[in-house]
Write a protein that binds this ligand. Structure first.
Ligand code: TRP
Length: 331
């Protein structure tokens, strides 16, 4: 029996961080043996809001590939590929665009947020507005079963399934398969500022490639309880970023509960907690960083791997595209 299929991926706009790890990468590493997994480095999607900065996208393709490999994605088991190397996806996108209204795209909550964040209200590029359709093509091209993603991607999966249903109904076929999202155990990881979710653009992220000193400096900057001035003061755990991280990354949950009690009572300083967290994050990231550095010694080889993956991805996508063309009566 063929393995069920996973397709997921990332925009190459910067190196990946701990939020990516808990949101999606952990699931990919865990499921890579049971599923045939395709990982898309979505450079074309990244260009929809970075068309004026192609160097950024170009450079980060390899960084994302290295992050995957560093995180423990086995290149023998997974197909890592580059979106722009699989033109079948472009053609599928064009066909799917007929099945989606502009109004529906404007209602996509993730797209809405991004438009606001990036101040694109005045001059919204059509390419950006339609990227969920191109993402649907990425997903549907592979006869995907499961899409491990962060919470913010759920609206994309919903739109993907709408397109699949509409296509199958309209052309009396079942060649497109509906998919399920799989979100990580942690919905969204807070950034070190305690204000926004962790993201590259907010500058509040701890990268999977960060050095020990970078980790240490970032933990030092973490938002805690601003009213916890003296060690003896009682402190607040809620909204305290150090505790939010201990909840996620400290393997000793009982110890964390005790630390919380102690903090609330007073007598436990931020310094002690931050030192503990620094050690825990270093233990977590060090093996990822090490593996990443090993792969980074031969960047040409990693790029070759992505090219080979792109060839495999083309083959798979072509099967779906052939069926799509057929039912759409294209010659
Ligand atoms: N939208 C995703 C991101 O912002 C990247 C992406 C592109 C993707 N195509 C995909 C994710 C298909 C899952 C499935 O990182």
């Amino acid at each position: 029996m063929a393995k069920p299929i996973i397709l997921t991926g990332d925009r190459p706009t910067g190196p990946l961080h701990l939020g990516h790890y808990v949101g999606s990468l952990a699931n990919r590493v865990r499921l890579q043996h049971e599923y045939q997994q395709y990982l898309i480095i979505a450079d074309t999607q990244a260009l929809t809001d970075n068309y004026d900065n192609p160097d950024r996208v170009r450079t980060n393709i390899l960084e994302v590939a290295l992050d995957y490999l560093g995180a423990g994605i086995d290149p023998e088991k997974n197909v890592i590929f580059i979106q722009s190397k699989v033109p079948e996806l472009y053609e599928l996108t064009v066909h799917f665009l007929n099945l989606v209204t502009v109004a529906r795209l404007m209602r996509n909550p993730t797209v809405k947020d991004e438009i606001k964040q990036k101040n694109m209200e005045e001059s919204l590029p059509a390419g950006f507005l339609m990227y969920p359709v191109s993402q649907a093509a990425d997903i549907l091209a592979f006869q995907t079963d499961l899409v491990p993603v962060g919470e913010d991607q759920n609206p994309m999966i919903e739109q993907t399934n709408e397109i699949a249903r509409r296509f199958n109904f309209l052309y009396k076929t079942n060649c497109l398969k509906e998919v399920k999202p799989l979100t990580g155990s942690v919905g969204r990881l807070i950034g070190i500022d305690g204000k926004l979710k962790m993201s590259k653009s907010a500058g509040n992220a701890i990268m999977l490639s960060d050095s020990f000193n970078e980790i240490k400096a970032k933990v030092q900057k973490m938002y805690t309880d601003p009213n916890h001035l003296k060690v003896s003061d009682p402190g607040q755990v809620e909204g305290n970023v150090v505790f939010a991280f201990l909840d996620v990354f400290d393997p000793d949950k009982a110890a964390v509960e005790e630390l919380k009690d102690h903090y609330r009572r007073g007598g436990l300083g931020d310094g002690v907690l931050k030192q503990r967290l620094t050690g825990i994050l270093e233990d977590f990231i060090a093996p990822i960083r090490k593996r990443r550095e090993d792969y980074a010694k031969d960047r040409e080889e990693v790029l070759r791997l992505c090219f080979k993956g792109s060839e495999q991805a083309r083959e798979k996508a072509n099967q779906t595209l052939t069926q799509v063309r057929e039912v759409m009566k294209l010659l």
